[in-house]
Write a protein that binds this ligand. Structure first.
Ligand SMILES: Nc1nc2c(c(=O)[nH]1)N[C@H]1C(S)=C(S)[C@@H](COP(=O)(O)OP(=O)(O)OC[C@H]3O[C@@H](n4cnc5c(=O)[nH]c(N)nc54)[C@H](O)[C@@H]3O)O[C@H]1N2
Ligand SMILES: Nc1nc2c(c(=O)[nH]1)N[C@H]1C(S)=C(S)[C@@H](COP(=O)(O)OP(=O)(O)OC[C@H]3O[C@@H](n4cnc5c(=O)[nH]c(N)nc54)[C@H](O)[C@@H]3O)O[C@H]1N2
Ligand SMILES: [Mo]
Length: 800
């Protein structure tokens, strides 16, 4: 391969609205660059349709009545990336040693195109060389039989279908392992741990129609324009109905400010923009507990004051005891008086459905406004204003994303969302629900069919009965536990169903070294990435069909299914010609690996692969309520809903109530913090030109960055205070746990609209900074949105 081109970086702030012509141009560019055949553009008309395929990008809902083109800029990019005509074939691997490929950037590895042939690493030449499928499975099975199942990891990235995921967890469990770490452990695990305690649901309660029934949306810590652009249509429609969108975000994300629908010709021609957020509260990262406490405090105190007014009225005095110190609270009190409100809180709902209110209200009252302002970065007036909007609405939908979950206090962040909802009964009624905006296209569904390290979330007795084996009952490894096991040298095999584990996890440097010592790594993948070029002592790279491709089996072309962010199941039928004749489908790979490994003969693996409807029948037998009439319903327009009891106000918690859960503090306490002026709190972000560790390109048009990702966004005052100038090149080091030096070099300082004390940079380039132990203690979700880091002048030029 010719030398990697040096990219020209340009940083400016000319970002237009989300969508619009910028979006159309960005799609065209990637379609041309990936040499997508014309049929590929036709393929896009089938995206997210009942008779088509479900996009491999994000997990946003697929409406029953789709738009003529139900795809977005980033969905189109993901499609182009998968159906590219580029190939990382045998010739490519013949040319390059893996040591050489280690020097390549993430983008350059994946840009080689689709993997075409099963490969095994050859230690003599240091290259991946072709191997037959038969030999690969035989050898992997032989090795797995030798290992202790407790030391084998079965990782899943959130793209694999329900069918594949069900088979994969069954394989792991019959083999004897509950080590089923998945990308969700790094993503919405804080929701999966926090929401069950609060409302007895492990997923959000929202349905798509809530966007049509709400009169206000609180939109917290999610970057809709980049991460789930189709959701912009739902927001836009809501805004057109007069719904207020109240946003809390570290950054002023263009997608949350204004949107031009790239699929509406008149909007494109007239450059008509829809403003999205009616109120935009830019807060510090890690400031959400304080901000939501502020909103709650304003609500609770306004309710207290109405109550006091009522009592004084009854007692003959008419004085309104509004706080004279705050114009916002006076205005809030006046608006309540004008509307002749007796209450701000929904006391009936609180009394009938909840527990823990008194403690929560006492905590909200006890925090001073100064404390809440200091931690959140918002003013009292802003928090009170948000409370007023909240109180004026009958049905509030609360959406949130990674800016809440990826924190040391991620579980508490999520529980604050539930607390806010419970104050006014904003859950389980039309328009009022919690919407956890999920990441990978089937990350939610994988959990539903048993991909979890927690055995109590799986119907083990049913599995045992159906397949006559004794499932392991011990608690398996999360992603963080898996990293610890790898670092300790305990892991004997790592099987990866998609993903790019060592790039996605924290502690990159130590993980890469430990990764090389794993006796066996098996990667099932579509594209080459760093978790493949750095590899175990014995390593296989097994290429699979993507979801967009025709999956031909004995009984004919197959469909698969997925679950969206709003707990709807959908069928998906591949349409595109497979990238290579040698590819196997994911179900086929899992089945053949299982057959080569297991002695238990009770699973009809071959029948399942011959006809995936049989796998769906098995899923239905395992989860009869959730998947009732699975095969009949999964291809219907709009899919079908999974029952979520909290949506019906049935609380499947220990006390059968929805619980207010009071966070013990507003902000995490960091031990061993570096002293000094040059410490800022880092949040890691996605650009508009990436899907996780897949880097499509080096532009982030929304943030005005072109040709580089090696940047750190900092408030201009902080840049100057630290003795730098915008454009200076800096090194970043981790500001906690100083015993281990963690550093990334050569980042350009970009003066940016971000609160003082905070900074932001792209993932995965900054993952070497994250200590493995820096995670939420309950959910073990890494704190990717909050890490103190230090800045020093660099001697290194940016490598992009
Ligand atoms: N194009 C594209 N789409 C994707 C992905 C992708 O990489 N690219 N990834 C997919 C996956 S797996 C996931 S999980 C989702 C991720 O989608 P998001 O949930 O949007 O996650 P991020 O892109 O990491 O950005 C989080 C947002 O939180 C804000 N933020 C950061 N820290 C804080 C904080 O402490 N408080 C508040 N209030 N805001 C904060 C950031 O400014 C940013 O706007 O997207 C999915 N979709
Ligand atoms: N610092 C920091 N780190 C983070 C995050 C962050 O915000 N900040 N976000 C975290 C989050 S939310 C997530 S979800 C994880 C993501 O972690 P992962 O899910 O492990 O990573 P991805 O980048 O999504 O995986 C990309 C690879 O998946 C493979 N692939 C793509 N499609 C298919 C397919 O159809 N089948 C198979 N078998 N393989 C396929 C390709 O080989 C591709 O290279 O990263 C986490 N890491
Ligand atoms: Mo994610």
């Amino acid at each position: 391969m010719t030398a990697r081109p040096k990219r020209k970086s340009k940083i400016g702030f000319d970002s237009g609205p989300a969508g619009g012509w910028g979006s159309a141009r960005s799609v065209t560019e990637i379609v041309l660059r990936e040499h997508v055949p014309l049929s590929g553009s036709v393929l896009l008309t089938k995206q997210n349709k009942a008779d088509g395929y479900m996009c491999v990008s994000c997990a946003w809902a697929k409406p029953a009545k789709p738009h003529p083109l139900e795809f977005c800029e980033n969905g189109a990019k993901a499609t182009a990336w998968e159906i590219t005509t580029r190939r990382a074939d045998e010739a490519f691997f013949f040319e390059h040693t893996l040591t050489e490929l280690e020097g390549w950037l993430d983008h350059d590895l994946e840009e080689q195109g689709r993997l075409t042939h099963p490969m095994r690493w050859d230690s003599i030449t240091d290259k991946y060389v072709p191997i037959s499928w038969e030999s690969a499975f035989e050898e992997i099975g032989r090795d797995l039989k030798q290992f202790d199942p407790k030391n084998v990891e079965f990782y899943t990235s959130g793209r694999a279908s329900l069918e594949t995921s069900y088979m994969y967890q069954l394989f792991a469990r019959i083999y004897g392992s509950n080590n089923l770490p998945d990308s969700s452990n790094m993503c919405h695990e804080s929701s999966s741990v926090g929401l069950p305690q609060s409302i007895g649901a492990s997923v959000g309660t929202a349905v798509l129609s809530d966007f049509q029934n709400c009169d206000c949306i609180f939109y917290i810590a999610q970057n809709v324009g980049t991460s789930s652009p189709r959701l912009l249509h739902d927001l836009q429609d809501a805004v057109h109905r007069g719904v207020k969108v109240v946003t809390f975000n570290l950054l002023r994300e263009p997608g949350l400010e204004r949107f031009t629908n790239p699929q509406a010709p008149m909007e494109m021609l007239t450059l008509k923009e829809t403003p999205i957020s009616s109120d935009y509260y830019q807060l510090k990262n890690g400031g959400d507990i304080a901000a939501l406490f502020g909103v709650s405090k304003a609500l609770i105190e306004a309710d207290d004051s109405l109550h006091a007014t009522h009592i004084s009225k009854v007692a003959g005095s008419d004085k309104v005891p509004a706080d004279p110190n705050s114009a916002a609270s006076v205005a809030f009190a006046a608006s309540l008086a004008a509307a002749d409100k007796k209450h701000v809180l929904d006391h009936d709902f609180i009394a009938e459905h909840t527990a823990g209110f008194a403690e929560f209200a006492a905590a909200a009252r006890s925090y001073s406004w100064e404390e809440l302002e200091g931690v959140s970065g918002l003013t009292r007036a802003q928090m009170t204003e948000a409370a007023r909007t909240y109180a004026a609405s009958d049905a509030v939908l609360i959406c949130y994303g990674m800016g809440l979950t990826q924190h040391v206090m991620g579980v508490e962040n999520v529980q604050m969302v539930a607390n806010l909802a419970l104050l006014r009964g904003n859950i389980g009624k039309p328009g009022a629900n919690i919407c956890a905006v999920r990441g990978h296209s089937n990350v939610q569904g994988q959990r539903t069919v048993g991909i979890t390290e927690k055995p109590d979330l799986v119907p083990l007795d049913t599995l045992s009965e159906l397949y006559r084996f004794e499932p392991p009952r011990w608690v398996g490894h999360t992603t963080v536990d898996t990293c610890n096991a790898i670092l300790k040298g305990e892991t004997q095999a790592f099987i990866s169903l998609g993903g790019n584990f060592i790039r996605a996890v924290p502690e990159t440097a130590a993980m890469e070294e430990a990764w090389r010592k794993i006796p066996l790594t098996v990667q099932i993948a579509t594209k080459l990435n760093r978790s493949h070029v750095i590899h175990g002592k014995v390593a296989y790279l097994l290429p699979c069909l993507g979801r967009l491709e025709v999956d031909q089996q004995v009984s004919g072309p197959q469909e698969v299914s997925i679950e969206s962010s709003v707990a709807q199941f959908h069928g998906s039928r591949g349409r595109s010609k497979p990238a290579s004749l040698h590819l196997l489908s994911e179900p086929a790979i899992v089945a053949r690996m299982a057959k080569a490994t297991l002695t238990n003969g009770t699973v009809p693996w071959d029948n399942w692969v011959a006809n995936y409807a049989e796998i769906r029948n098995a899923i239905e037998r395992t989860y009869p309520e959730t998947f009732k009439d699975f095969n009949k319903r999964f291809m219907q327009p709009g899919g079908f809903h999974r029952p979520v009891p909290a949506r019906e106000r049935k609380w499947v918690t220990a006390n059968r109530k929805a619980n207010f859960i009071t966070p013990p503090r507003l902000f995490p306490e960091f031990e061993d913090m570096a002293a000094g002026e040059n410490v800022l709190n880092l949040a890691t972000l996605r650009s508009n030109d990436q899907f996780n560790t897949t880097i499509y390109g080096y532009n982030d048009r929304f943030r005005g960055v072109n040709g580089t990702r090696q940047v750190v966004f900092v408030n201009k005052h902080d840049i100057i205070r630290m003795g730098f100038a915008p454009g200076d090149i800096v090194d970043l080091t981790t500001g906690i746990d100083p015993q281990t030096e963690r550093k990334v070099k050569g980042f350009r300082l970009v003066a940016y609209d971000i609160p003082k004390g905070c900074c932001a940079a792209y993932y995965p380039e900054t993952n070497p900074l994250f200590p493995l132990a820096h995670h939420d203690p309950q959910a073990k979700t890494p704190s990717y949105k909050l890490l103190p880091i230090c800045f020093t002048r660099s001697q290194t030029e940016p490598n992009q």
